[in-house]
Design a binder for this molecule. Structure first.
Ligand code: ARG
Length: 480
């Protein structure tokens, strides 16, 4: 058995020929015939991608099984050869699942699987790579991996949405300031505030679904660049592997990593949204705001200051947004400089893709957990809503009495200035002073200055009025 557990890392000594090869030269390579000398260890070190692409194995095994089927149907493989390869790949998958590790000469996961298949199936294994290249092979496996990853990410996003919605539903009676420029702007319901973070994630899920559909185009059959010279049915491959479409151009198909960039964009956008949620929680959780209290299981302490309770999960979520953005930028930068067809630069697509995915798969569940543990200080939230925040309501009051908004804005502005000078709240100004600002101010003006009155005026769809928020909650539930 050759499932030895040699360390997976660049070697500093000449590659030890440990595998078996159809050519019988001791090493197991998918290329090499035209070279008189073996590769320099420094080439091996820089070229070796198995530490990154190892996780493609289930998809590569599946892709190879589909390819074997297509070769059989095309008359390239006999029934027996196909059966040997198919069963062999099944055993290869089982061996890797059971812990088989790469050996030093395994350049990438495709090489490792090929090596193991030779051990399992013997000579017929040497026929599997007919009409296929690692260029269409890796594109296929990476797309299959990405399609699966989109499903997993979607579930994690949905869980985070659920955590936000569950908390939002407990806050129907809470009011807090909404901020623009991080300055107190207008009062809003607590539910409305938390759900403002629900909808960006919902758009991420829509984008993720679109990215998954864009990914579901089959490159297999494109060969290295010009298309396979054997009459394989790409329709059979598409059907077998669950792709939606078939790539129309083999040059494009082998060099196309749009699907990686698109998925990375969704990841970067999602990470940016997580970062904004985090930022709200960090700010609102500071002693100065005090709206939010972090739970025991998702906050950390200080090694020096015994009183500290730190929102590390949110800070790490905010920080990881930068790394995921870096993954997107590095992929786009890689793509833009390439000539048509496959270039080895593309090997790094997986480094970016896997890093973004792994980061989000840590961040999304941790955020969901931390949000579920949050407690809200309704008194602090309400106390932060000041009279001046109802200035717009006061202007709207005048408009309803017949003033133009411009005129009303000026009159209320004057009152705000006077209240500021007198160091009182807007609703503490004497009635005579209010009347002096505009003749249309009547006895009922103070009603317009109430927090609940301000909310109640805003039952427009998408507004913070209680009826509109109830409709919004229903919409949100429908998305889960
Ligand atoms: N490990 C390579 C990658 O990830 C596989 C494709 C290699 N193709 C080649 N022409 N050398 O892109």
């Amino acid at each position: 058995m050759n499932s030895s557990s040699a360390p997976v890392g660049p070697s500093d000594s000449p590659a030890a020929p440990t595998g078996t090869t159809p050519e019988g030269d001791g090493s197991h390579k998918l290329w090499g015939g035209r070279f008189a000398a073996g590769p320099h260890p420094l080439l091996d070190a820089v070229n070796r991608s198995i530490t990154t692409d190892f996780r493609l194995w289930p998809h590569d095994v599946r892709g190879s099984q589909a390819w074997a089927l297509a070769l059989w149907q095309a008359g390239v493989l006999s029934r027996e050869e196909h059966a040997a390869i198919d069963a062999g790949l099944e055993r290869v998958g089982a061996r890797i699942a059971a812990g088989a590790q790469p050996i030093e000469t395994d350049e990438d996961i495709h090489t490792m699987i090929d090596r193991l298949l030779h051990e399992e199936a013997g000579t017929p294994a040497s026929r599997l790579h007919t009409g296929r290249s690692r260029n269409d092979q890796v594109a296929t496996a990476t797309r299959l991996w990405t399609m699966h990853a989109c499903t997993t990410l979607d579930a994690a996003l949905r869980d985070l949405q659920q955590a936000l919605l569950t908390q939002a539903e407990t806050l129907t009676d809470a009011v807090l300031p909404a901020y623009t420029h991080l300055q107190r702007a207008q009062p809003v319901s607590g539910t409305h505030w938390l759900l403002s973070h629900f909808w960006p994630l919902d758009r991420d899920r829509t984008r993720l679904a679109a990215a998954a559909t864009g990914t579901a185009t089959l490159p297999l059959g494109s060969g290295a660049i010009a298309g396979s010279a054997f009459p394989v049915s790409r329709e059979l491959l598409r059907e077998t592997l669950g792709f939606v479409a078939i790539s129309p151009n083999s040059i494009d198909a082998t060099g196309d990593r749009d699907f990686v960039a698109e998925t990375l964009f969704v990841c970067a956008m999602t990470a940016a949204h997580c970062s904004r949620i985090a930022e709200d929680m960090i700010v609102y959780g500071s002693s100065e705001f005090g709206f939010v209290k972090f739970g025991d299981r998702f906050s950390t302490g200080s090694s020096m200051m015994p009183q500290k309770r730190n929102p590390d999960v949110f800070e790490l979520a905010r920080g990881s947004g930068a790394r995921v953005l870096g993954d997107l930028v590095s992929m786009l930068a890689t793509i833009k400089g390439l000539p048509s067809g496959y270039s080895k630069d593309l090997q790094d697509d997986k480094r970016a893709l896997f890093n973004a995915y792994d980061t989000l798969m840590l961040v999304l569940p941790a955020m969901a957990g931390a949000i579920a543990e949050l407690r809200f200080d309704r008194a602090r939230m309400r106390a932060a809503v000041t009279g001046a925040m109802m200035a717009t309501d006061l202007a709207d009051y005048l408009v309803r009495k017949g003033a133009t908004f411009r005129e009303a804005h000026g009159a209320v502005g004057r009152l705000v200035r006077e209240a500021e000078q007198a160091e009182v709240e807007l609703n503490e100004l004497p009635m005579a002073q209010v009347r002096a600002a505009h003749a249309l101010f009547g006895e009922d003006v103070m009603d317009a200055l109430g927090i609940e009155a301000s909310l109640a005026m805003r039952n427009v769809d998408g507004g913070t009025g209680p009826e509109a928020v109830a409709r919004q909650v229903k919409l949100a539930r429908g998305r889960l």
